[in-house]
Design a protein around this ligand. Sequence first.
Ligand SMILES: Nc1ncnc2c1ncn2[C@@H]1O[C@H](COP(=O)(O)OP(=O)(O)OP(=O)(O)O)[C@@H](O)[C@H]1O
Ligand SMILES: [Mg+2]
Length: 255
Amino acid sequence: MRTIAIMNLKGGVAKTTTTVNVAAILAHDHKKKVLVVDADSQCNTTEFFHTPSGEGDLAHLLRDADLGAYRYVRGTSLPGVDIIAGSDDLMDLDLTKVETNVVSSTQLRSVLSIFAAHGDYDYCLIDCPPAFNAASAAALLAADEVLIPIKLDAFSLRGMANLMRQIDNMREINPDLRLLGFLPTMWYPCRHTHESETTLRDCGYPVLPHIRRTDKADAMTFAQRPIIETSPRCAAAIDYRRLVRELLKGGRGNG
Ligand SMILES: Nc1ncnc2c1ncn2[C@@H]1O[C@H](COP(=O)(O)OP(=O)(O)OP(=O)(O)O)[C@@H](O)[C@H]1O
Ligand SMILES: [Mg+2]
């Protein structure tokens, strides 16, 4: 099982849009078994997938972990995609809860290793919150790779140094964590986006093939169905399919 944390401390950069669409394409087009983990208290991914209510969610797993691993998993509206749901309770899990041992940030890793050992899933995608808290720490400890959706503007590029520092810190406890790449989202052709991509590459970062900006992305959130269903011919649907082909090659962005 390949575990990818989808992370950026900046809000609104398409972390959730990327998580749900990559999961849908892996499952639908490539018949992969996918587990999604919603690590964000906003629960956008959990709602998007029409997740049924259940007894265990991620906050419970990080705090108590007293259910068997499989009782944290629920089915979703998409065949081939299961979820460990988010909940409001994630809001209370700031980093002090890790320091005071109220929360174990390695618990997610332990549960995922059970699924990996049984070959239950091909991919696990973790939708992270726009903040560094106990859930994002748990995600980076559990992940093999981190994918960073980024909107190519000056605000995002300036916030990157902070994120890279957090990832470096996590490597002290998860030395195998690798940067899969930056994923330019809401991309449109202009001098700034080209220059920003060049800046990232010049810094030695892998850059994945971009996802174009489209108003169909908002429509998808209302329909609560992946963009390959709601607008299969739109630019973002084509680009997410291209991204997934790249991921399946095992590939990092060209850096
Ligand atoms: N390719 C795109 N083109 C245009 N709009 C997009 C695109 N991808 C996502 N969006 C829109 O951007 C907004 C933010 O997307 P999303 O919720 O996925 O970001 P996020 O990083 O998960 O946000 P948060 O940090 O709050 O969790 C949504 O309104 C979404 O519809
Ligand atoms: Mg989100």
